[in-house]
Write a protein that binds this ligand. Structure first.
Ligand code: ADP
Length: 423
């Protein structure tokens, strides 16, 4: 039986796409995440597809182009409602890309109105009177004011969004979202009549997210963070949550952990894992001296031990040591050679040594590994820790289970516990 794709999502970065996909799965939808816009039609049966792009900080024209390509592909797969996903901290600048992409999607769909609902109350991202709070303080006091690419120096979202869009930006305040779906729908109709094209949504909790989803069920396009992903599925007529939405095929094979993140969370996870699993460090100097020899040594170390359980190969190091390495070899050159080494190891250990289950720590590192393995999509499976599900790869020669973790995600025992969650 094939089920028509009902919801088409476009995410402006990879880990954000996974986050949204996990929320939709929790709400009972079967979900596939693609990496970029696929060349071919969707092969899998699912309710929602999340196309992951990398458009958060690129030139707005390019972000619009890629987002419209994604929209066209999603329409071709049967989707007729759409979700533009961005960060719950509304990461953008006066140039975009939240405004320009929302404008372009509305225009392509022939629609005149959408909402902007960035809140993710479970992670303490809330909106009140149009002001965005992160971890209970105003966005511009949350640390986001110092972000290297998208410094957020104003928490009042109507003012943040207005310069990015040609449409009038309005507000659906908590007077409406706190009263339920019908009040939200009435407010939407009012704003539309008054000539507004997009409205920020006040959101304090899950009940507000439910009201927003219900009150906007007639809109073809919604935009926001991943929070709305929990409440949107229930608004599709006749939708019954699947009890097995997160079911993956059973994938037998050897297990590998690759770590390229130097975040505090990942360093602690490596420390915890090292007393349970064999581990070897990737040495940057050795890679620069003789890449093949060092990667060969790492592959040999792993292949000799894979029969006994997961093996950990890691390049991660504390900030102080990392700065030394970076000043010696260059930030970009050292990062690139580490990514290439971990990606080569993934490919080789899968092709020659029966590895079929891989945990990867690090966003960029995950991108490199996924690229080397030829992954085109991921079916989203059971959650290990918030925002990090097991997934099943599509497009690869061998069946593969992948858990791709953004550096700071996951509890201290993540690396070893991950394999217990897999069927
Ligand atoms: P995170 O999700 O924590 O940001 P990423 O994988 O996105 O992790 O980024 C970490 C970057 O650091 C990668 O480009 C990786 O290659 C680089 N890196 C990891 N270890 C080292 C190292 N020992 N020396 C230099 N660069 C490193």
């Amino acid at each position: 039986m094939t089920v028509r794709v009902r919801l088409g999502c476009i995410a402006d970065d990879f880990t954000g796409a996974t986050d949204l996909a996990s929320q939709l799965v929790s709400a009972g939808m079967a979900v596939v995440q693609t990496i970029g816009v696929p060349a071919d039609a969707l092969a899998a049966d699912c309710d929602a597809v999340v196309v992951s792009l990398k458009t958060r900080t690129i030139d707005p024209r390019e972000a619009v182009r890629q987002s419209l390509d994604a929209l066209e592909w999603l329409q071709a797969q049967g989707a007729d409602r759409f979700y533009f996903k961005y960060c719950s901290t509304f990461d953008s600048t006066d140039r975009g890309n939240i405004g320009p992409v929302s404008d372009a999607l509305l225009e392509a769909l022939g629609e005149d109105f959408t909402i902007a609902a960035p809140a993710l109350p479970a992670n303490r991202r809330t909106v009140y009177n149009g002001y965005l709070f992160a971890n209970d303080v105003l966005l511009n006091e949350s640390g986001m004011q110092d972000h290297p690419l998208t410094p957020m120096r104003d928490a009042f979202l109507p003012r943040v969004l207005q310069p990015q869009t040609s449409r009038r930006v309005g507000l659906i305040s908590h007077d409406a979202t706190g009263r339920g779906g019908e009040t939200v729908a009435t407010r939407v109709a009012e704003l539309r009549r008054e000539g507004f094209g997009i409205a920020i949504c006040d959101t304090l909790d899950l009940a507000d997210l439910r009201a927003i989803a219900e009150g906007t069920r007639d809109l073809k396009l919604v935009t926001g963070g991943s929070g709305l992903g929990l409440t949107l599925p229930a608004t599709f007529p006749g939708f019954a949550p699947r009890s097995n939405a997160d079911a993956l095929d059973r994938i037998e094979g050897r297990a590998l952990i690759l770590a390229g993140s130097c975040s505090r969370a990942t360093l602690a996870q490596i420390e915890a894992a090292r007393s349970h699993v064999p581990s070897m460090a990737v040495e940057v100097e050795a890679l620069f001296t003789d890449f093949e020899a060092h990667v060969g040594a790492l592959a040999a170390f792993a292949s000799e031990r894979l029969d006994g359980g997961p093996v950990l190969l890691y390049a991660s190091m504390p900030a102080e040591r990392l700065r030394e390495v970076q000043s010696r070899f260059g930030v970009e050159a050292s990062g690139e050679i580490v990514e290439r080494a971990l990606a080569t190891l993934a490919r080789r250990l899968v092709a020659d040594h029966g590895v079929r289950r891989i945990v990867v720590a690090g966003g960029e590192t995950s991108g490199a590994v996924v690229g080397a393995l030829g992954v085109t999509g991921l079916r989203i499976g059971p959650t290990i820790d918030p925002g990090v599900p097991w997934t099943q790869a599509t497009g690869t020669r061998e069946p593969l289970a992948l858990a791709l973790k953004s550096g700071n995600f996951g509890g201290p025992d993540f690396l070893t516990r991950a394999f217990e969650v897999l069927p």
